[in-house]
Design a protein around this ligand. Structure first.
Ligand code: FES
Length: 253
């Protein structure tokens, strides 16, 4: 883990209230797996929100660059959206365990993302597709919030669902999964807790990994906002320190 000023290569809108930021610096060399996150120092004068966690959507060890995708929902993310190319932001990371995929080859793999849970699944899908047959189901609120459909389509047979039916299939990601005929050997999911809980139940006979990042607060073990009931001797896990990725049968959502 490093703390470093990374340069902003680009910072642009890719969907409604949704930005893609490309960052460059040596810290990228320490990323081990998709599903890890970084902790960004947000602005000046935000006493309660010095750093915020952001999942890594993509990264390249060759170019020394990583990508985050974030939604503008408050003062901190608004500040981030105003940062211009070639300026620097302070980043701590990479943090978290990420998705373990080395054991998977020649499998039918399902990747399920909802809204801001979609980003960490992109680098994962790229890597999974090298040795597996991957299907992706991505859920969004409506047509104007859809992003990265084409990018996912390069590596996975991708279906988009919107809650209001304004684009792709109408309904939730669970509705799309219900219609799937093919056997799923292994699955990965990231999104709102209610979605993860529904998928955990729907795919209870299938092994999978869940990224429970929605529950994250400080990101460094200090606030206890991320504690989640778990099937271990302690009875709980801290999402930021023990996760954010867990086996589907490990956490109670
Ligand atoms: Fe604060 Fe985990 S997010 S302790």
């Amino acid at each position: 883990m490093l703390q470093q000023d990374l340069s902003i290569v680009s910072n642009k809108v890719i969907a409604k209230d949704t930005y893609e930021m490309v960052l460059e610096g040596d810290l990228v060399q320490q990323i081990k797996r998709p599903g890890q996150f970084i902790h960004i120092k947000i602005g000046e004068g935000f006493s309660h929100m010095l750093r915020r966690p952001f999942s890594i959507a993509d990264y390249s060890l060759e170019t020394n660059q990583l990508v985050i995708i974030y939604k503008v929902i408050g003062e901190g993310s608004k500040w981030l959206s105003k940062q211009s190319d070639q300026s620097f932001i302070n980043v701590l990371g990479p943090l978290g365990n990420g998705f373990e995929i080395d054991h998977l080859a020649n499998q039918n793999v399902l990747v399920v993302g909802g809204g801001v849970g979609v980003p960490p699944l992109y680098a994962l899908t790229k890597q999974l597709s090298q040795r597996n047959d991957v299907k992706a189901v991505l859920g969004y609120q409506s047509s104007d919030s859809v992003f990265y459909e084409e990018k996912f389509n390069k590596y996975a047979n991708t279906t988009v669902a919107t809650n209001d039916g304004s684009y792709g299939e109408e309904g939730f990601v669970t509705d799309v999964i219900n219609q799937m005929q093919n056997q799923v050997d292994y699955y990965f999911a990231c999104g709102p807790l209610i979605m993860l809980g529904a998928i955990q139940l729907q795919l209870r006979d299938t092994q999978g990994l869940l990224s429970v990042e929605e529950r994250m607060g400080c990101g460094v073990g200090a606030c206890f906002a991320c504690v989640c009931e778990a099937d271990n001797e302690k009875g709980y896990v801290k999402i930021c320190q023990d996760g954010p990725v867990f086996h589907s049968n490990e956490v109670t959502l």
